[in-house]
Structures are given as C-alpha cells and as structure tokens.
Design a protein around this ligand. Structure first.
Ligand SMILES: Nc1ncnc2c1ncn2[C@@H]1O[C@H](COP(=O)(O)OP(=O)(O)OP(=O)(O)O)[C@@H](O)[C@H]1O
Length: 246
C-alpha cells in the first residue's frame, strides 16, 4: 500500500535519514521504532508530506507522492497524528473531531454526525460536550486520534500516540488502535512503548542513525542483536547473552 524507496534526508551536514526503504502492507499495523534521534519523526514527516526528502521516493498505491502536500495526501486517504497534541482548547471534543470530518463533509450536521461516530470508536462519547482543554493527556490523545480518523483515512500514521500515558491508559488504548485496523484502516505507528508494539504490530521496521537496520515480527526484532545494540550500545547483545548463559 505504501512503499518508501531509498529515502534520504539531509539537514546541512547531518544525514537524518539514510537510504531508508520499507513497505506497509494494506490491513496491517506496522511499527516504526528506534532510539531517540534515529530519524523516525523525519521519516514520518516525509511520508505525510510535511517534508520533501533530499532523495528517494514515496509510493502510495503505486503512485509517486513524494513531496505532495499534506492536505492533498489527506484527500487521498493518508492522515497523521502529531506527537505533541494541540487540540483547539476552546472547542468541545465534538467540534475538535468534527474539524477532521470537514475534509469530506461540507455540511456541519454531517461533520458532527461523523465526529460522534468516531468518538464512539475512540472511547470519547461521554466527553463529547466537554471543552478539549478539560481532558487528561489520555483524553487529548484520543481527540488527536479522533480528529485524524474523522478525515476518513485508508492509512493512519500515528506519531507516538501512547507517549506520556501510564500503563493502564496504554492498556486501554491498545484495543482502540486494533479496532481502527479492524474497521479497515491500515496503521503505521512510531512508538516507544514496547508493550504496545509487541501487542499490536504485525511487522516492525527498526531505524537507527537514519538507517533501517532490521525488520520482522515484533518477536523477531527484539531478539535481533543489532536491534539490542542500537538501543543499549555496542557489545550489549553479547553482554546480555553472557549473563543469560551464566
Ligand atoms: N529540521 C531539522 N534541522 C536539523 N536537524 C534536524 C531537523 N529535524 C531533525 N533533525 C535531526 O535529525 C535527527 C533525527 O531526528 P528525528 O526527530 O527524526 O528522530 P526521532 O527518531 O524521531 O527521535 P525521537 O524518538 O527522539 O523523537 C536528529 O539528529 C535531529 O536532531
């Protein structure tokens, strides 16, 4: 469904993304993980049209969409959430989610109806009338999810939607993400919360220092010595293996 082919992004002397290639299969929940500064956010910004890569291509259903603007990509069914959630504080939860729905529905009543349907999907029905500013971090994350979902995406890009949540809040949102996929929306997620990655993702791509260093099922990538080293430092995999043998 989505193919990233040989994408590089240079900021001055820094190669933030280096010849990265990966695919997202339709109907999957695909994870993009890696240590801080690995280039995940940059790669996401490229896929969602917020940045144009220095080189390489992004293909959407076979079509080259490299550098296409975010609002055009949203019309084509590719929407994203942001790591820092910034709901319209003065608007209600219903109105915040409806902002996304206006992409495809011109009439207010229709957009509101979509927002109410989406609110149910993300577990916000009881909060619909509240101002977004009154919500907890977990609630705001759900609003962010709802706003993106209300645009009617075929592929939803989730940027650390679980960051800042406590373990029980993570446990509560995991089925929401799975439900989104089950409703026919493919999901690509950047995520640091490994508990959720292990639970949710069909496939994971690991980025370190701008390069894709591994991919596979969650179980395969966490058992991969190159991945362990990328997170814990050179020699960590051997040291850990030595301890396990002892
Ligand atoms: N606009 C920019 N100008 C210069 N350098 C940048 C810019 N954006 C990102 N970088 C650098 O590119 C590298 C990759 O950053 P990026 O934010 O993509 O990593 P990340 O994997 O998302 O990290 P984190 O998990 O901490 O969010 C970092 O070294 C970062 O400082």
């Amino acid at each position: 469904m989505l193919q990233v082919q040989g994408v590089s992004m240079r900021f001055g002397g820094l190669l933030a993304v280096a010849d990265a290639s990966f695919e997202v299969a339709e109907g999957s929940i695909t994870g993009l993980i890696g240590p801080n500064g690995a280039g995940k956010t940059t790669l996401f910004a490229i896929v969602s049209g917020f940045q144009k890569p220095s080189s390489g291509q992004v293909l959407w259903r076979g079509e080259d969409i490299t550098g296409r603007k975010p609002h055009l990509l949203a019309r084509q069914g590719l929407s994203r959430t942001f790591q820092i959630v910034q709901p319209f504080a003065g608007l209600s939860v219903r109105e915040n989610i409806a902002v996304g729905a206006f992409l495809r529905h011109k009439r207010r009543a229709e957009a509101i109806a979509v927002a109410e349907r989406v609110a149910e999907q993300v577990g916000l029905t009881a909060e619909l009338d509240k101002p977004a500013a009154a919500l907890t971090v977990s609630g705001r994350k759900r609003v962010e999810l709802g706003k993106a979902l209300a645009t009617g995406p075929r592929l939803l890009l989730l940027d650390e939607v679980l960051a800042g949540l406590n373990p029980s809040e993570v446990r509560d949102i995991v089925p929401v993400v799975r439900g989104i996929r089950d409703s026919g929306v493919t999901v690509l997620m950047i995520e640091h919360v490994m508990q959720a990655v292990m639970n949710l993702c069909d496939r994971v791509h690991v980025l370190a220092q701008g390069r894709i260093i591994a991919n596979g099922t969650p179980a395969q990538v966490v058992a991969n010595p190159a991945v362990v080293e990328a997170y814990l430092g050179h020699g960590a995999a051997t040291r850990l293996a030595g301890r396990a043998d002892a």
